[in-house]
Design a protein. Structure first.
Length: 577
RNA sequence: CGGGACGUGGCUCAGUCUGGUAGAGCACAGCGUUCGGGACGCUGGGGUCGGAGGUUCGAAUCCUCUCGUCCCGACCA
């Protein structure tokens, strides 16, 4: 491609709408332009990058035995009503009516559509297992789209769905996808980690997320430091260690009500009473689908609402505000305790082994000392409800934990029969028995990978694309388009690379050298060949790896050298998987 | 939805407090000089000041409403 003919509007200044690196650089580099909140147009360079990701995804999905399809983006409400998600999915599902007043929606995901397709067309065990995927635009009406391609409302996703005869087969398929995902992200040249995850709205029995490690990631993940352990989980999911302290029959001291005027926060109460935060139990009130629930956790722990949601089987849990707390319990916030509470009380399992604790007094300006479970208050259910902290140990091996940030670029779920049952999707087995398909679903955020790759690989000058994702592998800078000798050399390299099938951009614009260097750095093309004064002087051109060293190379050797470098690096990445 | 900030040429922003003929830099077009890390000079084109209503002799500026965008929390690839 010739730069002079390409729509590649780079920006010298930082757009005010962009905060994070990937968003800023994608805008500045002329990859994308915003149309409206969370909706972007892909310019030629942006599309070329998306295509690189798609191609890797496609190759690995096909290699793993999946087949590509393309499903409709507009979906009828009926299907969603059938699966039960028309009511469950919430406002992210963009709904509308067509001219016949039929309820419809824009597909945020395609479980319903694919299940419908398969139940209509697959009836026999002979046609199973089946693994179908598509690469397509999704729409989710996110509450707050942000960070450019990182969290758009419209985005490109690879979503795949598997249909198996039974559990064992489904587990095998899941493992295949897990392996394929590893190959995909490795081939993209990304530093990533697979972690155990919560199953979220899509539902199902277990799941893994694939996280690109980057300081700006929106998710916190928990990783065990111990060599050979390999425990890694999303913070939402990470198991709190089982309570160590035995349920010792420690001497229960008599319950004592103490005055704590104005002491509402944990920090204030412990300071006032001169105790450690681990000797206090705080009582949090949540509204689970609108119904109040009291949740007990140790003073230095935090409630993990995803765990709470799962325990209660709720669609939605939110922390109650002061007024809601008072309405539900009759106690002002800050002094609430489990004694005499009329609403459902659940607790983190750590609470079960605590003795002689401080709790809210159930009236303004009072707390209890030496409260004890069973004797003084009741708990309906115990479960792991708290967020793991830095002082916790690995639930697998007891090793130390670290908490890096990550960007979720892939998520695989084992769905089981939840959709096939809801939508009556069945096949006949060998014995003529009607059975439900055992399903799995597998997503990759294609456009998000581009953003994640940039978050992980950039410097103050611009993007540093991993070779496999770069829209062009090489950029040739012709520093003097008016000089025949220099232009001839630049053209020779350009043509040589083109002939070898390499994606190459030649900067043939009538611009000053400075602009060409700046733009080349900005858009992050891995190899840069500069043809200028050096060539006039001694017949060499400069080859430079983005953010690397420059070497002078005789014109005749240039193409071969670059091709060899590219080949070496690409096969290293492919082999590593 | 709650909290915060902001809408002025294509981009970045000044001007708004204290009402009085819409500005700068970049980008764009022409000419000239320049030419290895975003050059310089001269000339030129381009703006319903987000929109509507109001106050006023007069509104980018004050008031009301409205739309949009960005940032912080709950959703997710």
């Amino acid at each position: 491609m010739r730069y002079s003919q390409m729509l590649l509007p780079t920006l010298k200044e930082n757009p005010s709408e962009a905060e994070v690196a990937s968003h800023r650089l994608l805008l500045r580099g002329g990859f994308i332009r915003r149309l409206t909140a969370g909706v972007y147009a892909y310019l030629p360079l942006g599309l070329a990058t998306i295509r690189k990701v798609e191609q890797i995804v496609r190759e690995e999905m096909n290699r793993a035995g999946a087949q590509e399809v393309l499903l409709p983006i507009v979906q009828p409400a009926d299907l969603w009503i059938e699966s039960g998600r028309w009511t469950k999915y919430g406002p992210e599902l963009l709904r509308f009516k067509d001219r016949h007043n039929r309820e419809s929606c824009l597909g945020p995901t395609h479980e319903e559509v694919i299940t419908d397709l398969v139940r209509m067309n697959v009836h026999s065990y002979r046609n199973l297992p089946l693994n179908l995927y598509q690469i397509q635009t999704k729409f989710r009406d996110e509450i707050r789209p942000r960070f450019g391609l990182m969290r758009g409302r419209e985005f490109i996703m690879k979503d795949g769905y598997s249909f198996d005869l039974a559990e064992e087969g489904a587990n095998l398929t899941y493992q295949k996808m897990y392996d394929a995902y590893h190959r995909i992200f490795a081939r993209c040249g990304l530093a990533f980690r697979a972690v155990e995850a919560d199953t979220g709205t899509i539902g199902g029995s277990f799941s893994h997320e694939f996280m690109v490690l980057a300081a700006t990631g929106e998710d916190t993940i928990v990783i065990c430091r111990a060599a050979g352990c390999g425990y890694a989980a999303n913070l939402e999911k990470a198991a709190g260690p089982a309570s160590e302290a035995p349920k010792e029959p420690a001497d229960m001291l008599p319950l004592e009500k103490v005055e704590t005027p104005g002491q509402r926060k944990v920090a204030a109460v412990i300071a006032f009473l001169g105790i450690a935060p681990s000797q206090l139990v705080k009582t949090m009130v949540y509204l689970a689908d609108g119904k109040p629930v009291a949740v007990l956790v140790r003073g230095d722990h935090e409630v993990q609402d995803v765990k709470l949601k799962n325990l209660l089987g709720a669609v939605d849990v939110v922390l109650a505000d002061d007024q809601q707390i008072f309405e539900a319990t009759g106690v002002p916030s800050g002094y609430l305790g489990p004694v005499g509470l009329k609403i459902l009380v659940v607790a983190d399992r750590e609470v079960a082994v605590m003795r002689n604790v401080v709790i809210g007094g159930g009236e303004k300006n009072y707390h209890f000392r030496n409260a004890n479970l069973e004797r003084d208050f009741r708990v309906e259910k115990f479960a792991d409800l708290r967020q793991v902290t830095a002082t916790d140990r690995c639930p697998c091996c007891g090793g130390e934990l670290e908490f890096p940030k990550g960007i979720e670029v892939g998520h695989i779920f084992k769905l089981g029969t939840s959709y096939s049952q809801a939508m009556k999707a069945t096949y006949l087995d060998k014995d003529g028995q009607e059975k439900f398909f055992v399903m799995g679903c597998y997503g990759i955020g294609v456009s998000r990978i581009v953003a994640a790759a940039i978050e992980q690989n950039h410097d103050q000058d611009g993007i540093i694309f991993p070779l496999p994702l770069a829209p062009f592998k090489v950029v040739v800078l012709n520093l003097s388009p008016n000089d025949e000798k220099i232009s001839g050399a630049a053209e020779a390299i350009y043509q040589g690379l083109l002939a070898a099938g390499t994606e190459v951009l030649i900067d043939d614009r009538d611009e000053r050298p400075g602009s060409k260097f700046k733009d080349a750095d900005l858009v992050g093309i891995p190899f840069r060949v500069t043809v200028g004064k050096g060539f006039t002087a001694d017949g060499t051109v400069e080859v430079r790896r983005r953010a690397g060293a420059t070497v002078a190379v005789p014109l005749a050797d240039t193409v071969a050298l670059i091709l060899a470098e590219i080949d070496r690096e690409m096969s290293a990445l492919a082999g590593q998987s």
